[in-house]
Design a protein around this ligand. Structure first.
Ligand code: AMP
Length: 184
């Protein structure tokens, strides 16, 4: 069973690579950003709460996100051969809560797949992507949030989790090939 956390700056290609991996390895792809975007477009209670925060590039509250991930991992894995977490955790508190969730559900031995890229490349990619939360101001904010709140999670996990580093820059298929070979 594969238990993977895909990690990296906004725009590094986590969504694309997670999608490919989930198809290839029959994994449940849990993208917290997608969950929020769907809720926003459907106008659910969660969507109404999250809309302004997501559009401004800020982080949705830890409590809300932890609840979403707990329920999704508990109830939605169905007949899959594992899962890939994409966009969660984004803070140390989320990372600690995830440890508790995985323990509760008997899903330990999470592997971290770190897609590496430099800031210039990230900004270029985000500007090209053109999502409604991708403008110069929110890009800067999200990159800073990544550096200040999210990236330190790597240091937190380092003593007890396997961290696999893959260069995220290159053709989609080329990056995907490297990921598959390193996961073997
Ligand atoms: P993403 O698709 O991962 O780039 O997420 C899009 C937006 O959703 C982020 O900029 C945040 O506003 C929100 N979001 C997604 N995942 C999380 C999370 N784990 N914690 C807080 N906010 C999140």
């Amino acid at each position: 069973m594969h238990k993977i956390l895909i990690f990296g700056a906004p725009g590094v290609g986590k969504g694309t690579q997670s999608q490919l991996l989930s198809e290839k390895l029959n994994l449940y792809h849990l993208s917290t950003g997608e969950v929020l975007r769907e809720a926003i477009s459907e106008g659910t209670e969660l969507g109404i709460k999250a809309k302004k925060i997501v559009e401004s590039g800020h982080l949705v509250s830890d409590d809300l996100m932890i609840g979403i991930v707990h329920d999704a991992l508990k109830n939605r894995m169905n007949s899959k051969d594992g899962f890939i977490l994409d966009g969660f955790p984004r803070t140390i508190d989320q990372a600690k809560a995830l440890d508790g969730i995985l323990k509760e559900l008997g899903l330990e031995d999470l592997k971290i797949l770190h897609l590496v890229a430099n800031d210039d490349e990230i900004i270029k990619r985000l500007m090209l992507r053109g999502r409604t939360d991708d403008n110069a101001e929110t890009i800067k904010l999200r990159l800073n949030l990544y550096l200040d709140s999210t990236k330190p999670i790597l240091e937190y996990y380092k003593p007890y989790r396997k961290i696999i580093e893959v260069n995220g820059i290159g053709e989609i298929e080329e990056v995907f090939g490297k990921i598959l070979s390193k996961l073997q």
